[in-house]
Design a protein around this ligand. Structure first.
Ligand SMILES: CCCCCCCCCCCC(=O)SCCNC(=O)CCNC(=O)[C@H](O)C(C)(C)COP(=O)(O)OP(=O)(O)OC[C@H]1O[C@@H](n2cnc3c(N)ncnc32)[C@H](O)[C@@H]1OP(=O)(O)O
Length: 194
């Protein structure tokens, strides 16, 4: 069963999402947006290390292997970790729009238990955009990219300026990120968004 609560239904004036002309080609890896990100970064020992690739249109695919550090019940993935995998996958869609956005709302259905050692095959797409509001949905399957659905989500992301992070983030991490040329390049790519 799936349901959409208020806040996740695009308004009547919503438009179809537009893939940015500089978005990576379908099949290309998106890479981590931040090395310390718990969802996609390579510098978090227990992070998800989720690897997303561009799909067609404004869509992505991603894979996440459930490790022992991700357990809730014995031998099973924690629901919050699975929600993180969905959130991260949905968040990576904004790179195809070249829009900086944060999760405002995330509604998750947990359909099947996901054992440790499982690869979760995720796919996500932006369904509509209305001003700063970006509507999207994601599905996670087990046993293969065409396997049974284990989790799914609908989300609303809200576009923000880079200031969202510099004003609210802890100064030491912000400084370190701004001193990192790779990180700065990624921020600049967002800033030139017309
Ligand atoms: C450098 C590169 C790095 C890139 C880094 C990317 C990181 C990605 C990481 C993965 C994604 C995450 O987990 S991000 C982390 C988790 N999320 C957060 O920390 C966000 C915390 N929340 C906030 O900061 C704020 O609430 C915002 C920014 C989301 C919204 O505040 P705001 O900017 O003042 O905007 P506001 O006027 O309230 O809302 C704008 C419109 O959205 C609607 N809206 C807002 N929130 C909701 C909601 N929960 N449910 C329904 N609708 C909502 C409002 O009704 C309004 O609609 P209308 O009146 O216009 O119709």
């Amino acid at each position: 069963m799936s349901g959409t609560s208020s806040g996740l239904t695009p308004p009547a004036d919503a438009v179809a999402p537009v893939r940015h002309p500089d978005a990576p080609a379908p099949g290309e890896p998106l890479g981590a947006h931040y090395g310390q990100c718990f969802g996609c970064g390579g510098e978090q020992p227990h992070g998800l290390r989720l690897e997303a690739r561009a799909g067609d249109g404004v869509s992505v695919t991603a894979e996440f292997t459930v490790r022992p550090a991700h357990q809730g019940a014995p031998g099973l993935a924690h629901g919050g970790v699975l929600a993180t995998a969905l959130d991260e996958t949905l968040g990576s869609l904004n790179w195809l729009l070249r829009t900086i956005a944060v999760t405002g709302r995330l509604e998750t259905d947990f359909v099947r238990p996901v054992p440790v050692g499982t690869v979760l095959y995720l796919d996500a797409e932006v369904t509509a955009v209305a001003g700063r509001k970006i509507y999207s949905r994601a599905t996670g399957r087990i046993g293969g990219p065409e396997g049974p659905v284990a989790v799914r989500a609908e989300a609303l992301f809200i576009e923000v300026k880079v200031d969202h992070f510099t004003e609210h983030g802890r100064p030491q991490e912000i400084r370190a990120a701004m001193d990192d040329p790779d990180q700065l390049r990624r921020v600049r790519a967002f800033e030139v968004n017309p």
